[in-house]
Structure formats: structure tokens, C-alpha cells
Design a binder for this molecule. Structure first.
Ligand code: ATP
Length: 253
């Protein structure tokens, strides 16, 4: 795939409520194969709705009122709250095998084998293979690994991540981000990564789009954009990040 043929192209996307209240206006994005683009910005700026419209999962009452979305690869999505993304009444391995069965069109037996391989790829404990465990019996981080495995079972060309670590504690956040980065290198999918955390965005994405009030107000390569933001809102967003104290200097005092 070359620069003339992106894996995902969103052109002038506009979304509105049925009463015609605009929520997202003229959002355009181009994502090349294997590339990671971050959508950052304040709460309510339209990041999640943009992501949901790409995979065709807009909440009821919200409609696409303009623009086009073209993708040349399968999309899969990881949501913010892994527990709510799973069926509480079904053992997790069975849920994963169901996704493999339907998406990869293999026999039930092969689906279970692939599901077990995915558990291993995601670094989940062997004990899950032998006992039926329900989502409530797993930690938040383990549930998110299952959700990521389900997304990978769709063999996505594009992985849409909607704040996938926000509901997890910080040490687990780091592990999940590392897992996503490793799998992206191994499997080569592109990503659109929604987060309000600039540190997460900069570690996961080579390009960023800053959203405010339903529009992209600034975009660019991650480092230059963070080092030299042009838009006053981007400047405010960056200056709002609390720095850690200079630990080396503090130790000398
Ligand atoms: N189901 C809905 N019905 C009506 N308005 C909605 C609905 N879902 C979202 N909105 C509105 O659309 C706008 C964009 O919401 P969206 O969830 O995309 O924001 P966001 O940038 O992802 O925020 P956050 O970081 O808090 O998740 C907000 O004003 C929100 O209140």
C-alpha cells in the first residue's frame, strides 16, 4: 500500500443528532497501512463519535450528515471499559472462540485452538485454557487482553482504540500499551488511537490530530506538534500536563 492508497480515508465527516445539533464537523483523516494516528482533545470534542462512525457503531439518535469513509481493510475496535465489552454470563474463552468461529469461518474445534493461541499471544495465564472463567473472575487488565484478542481474531487491517487503558490502573495501563505496540509491530495493523492523555498518545502514535468542539483544529507529526504547537488550544492542552518533579535535582537537595 502506498501514499496514494491509504488503508483508511475519512473525508469531511459530519455527525449530528436527529434534531440537527452538529457534534462532529468536517473531520478528515488519512491512515496508511501500519501507521498510528492519535485523536486527542478535551472531553466531548468528538473523538469517540469519530471512531464509532468509522466502524459503523454510532449510538442511536446520531447520524452521519456529511462526508465519506473509505477503508481498504477490516476494522476492529477496543473499548474503554473491558468488563462492559464482555458478556458477563459466558466464559471468556468461549466468547473468544465464538468471535474466531464467526469471523474466520473455521470449525468450532479449530476456533477453540486459535482462541487458545491468541490467549498465549496476549500473555494470558495457562489456567484460563483449562477452566471456564467468567469476566468477573478476571482482573481488568486480563479482561482488556481478552478484548484485544477478540479484536485480533477479526484479523484487522485497522485497529480502533477508544481510550483502551483509561479504566485500568497505571501499571496495568503500561502493560496493555506495550502489548498493543508489540502486536502492531508483529501483525502490522494500522491504528486510530483515541485518548485524552498526551503521554499515551505520544508513545503510541506517530501523528496526532487535536480535536476541539467536533473539529480537528491542528494536526501533524507527534514530536514536532508537541514541541511547537501552533494553535492556542493545543498550547493550552500541552501546558496543562502536570510535569513530574526533576527527580535527580530533588535528590541532590
Ligand atoms: N448518544 C449521544 N446522544 C447525544 N449526544 C451525544 C451522544 N454521544 C455523544 N454525544 C455528544 O457528542 C459530543 C462528542 O462526544 P464524544 O463521546 O465523541 O466525545 P469525546 O471527545 O470522545 O469525549 P471523552 O473524551 O469524554 O470520551 C459530546 O458533546 C457528547 O455530549
Amino acid at each position: 500500500m502506498n501514499a496514494m492508497n491509504p488503508i483508511l480515508e475519512v473525508e469531511n465527516l459530519s455527525l449530528a443528532t436527529r434534531s440537527n445539533h452538529k457534534l462532529v464537523t468536517d473531520v478528515s483523516l488519512k491512515v496508511e497501512a501500519g501507521e498510528s494516528i492519535g485523536l486527542v482533545g478535551e472531553s466531548g470534542s468528538g473523538k469517540s463519535l469519530t471512531l464509532r462512525s468509522i466502524i459503523g457503531l454510532l449510538p442511536s439518535g446520531i447520524e452521519q450528515v456529511g462526508g465519506n469513509i473509505r477503508s481498504n481493510g477490516r476494522c476492529a475496535m477496543i473499548f474503554q471499559d473491558p468488563i462492559r465489552a464482555l458478556d458477563p454470563l459466558c466464559p471468556v474463552v468461549r466468547q473468544l472462540a465464538e468471535v474466531v468461529y464467526y469471523r474466520q469461518k473455521v470449525s468450532r474445534k479449530v476456533a477453540r485452538t486459535i482462541a487458545l493461541e491468541l490467549l498465549e499471544m496476549l500473555g494470558l495465564p495457562d489456567s484460563l485454557k483449562h477452566t471456564d472463567r467468567y469476566p468477573r473472575q478476571l482482573s481488568g487488565g486480563q479482561c482488556q487482553r481478552i478484548v484485544i484478542a477478540m479484536a485480533l481474531a477479526c484479523k484487522p487491517g485497522i485497529l480502533l482504540c477508544d481510550e483502551p487503558t483509561t479504566a485500568l490502573d497505571v501499571t496495568v495501563q503500561r502493560q496493555i500499551l506495550d502489548v498493543i505496540s508489540r502486536l502492531q509491530k508483529e501483525l502490522g495493523f494500522a491504528m486510530v488511537f483515541v485518548t485524552h492523555n498526551l503521554a499515551v498518545a505520544s508513545s503510541m502514535c506517530s501523528k496526532l490530530c487535536v480535536m476541539k468542539e467536533g473539529r480537528i483544529i491542528e494536526r501533524g507529526d507527534t514530536l514536532p506538534l508537541l514541541q511547537n504547537p501552533q494553535n492556542p488550544y493545543t498550547q493550552l492542552l500541552i501546558s496543562s500536563v502536570l510535569p513530574l518533579p526533576d527527580l535527580e535535582r530533588s535528590a541532590d537537595l
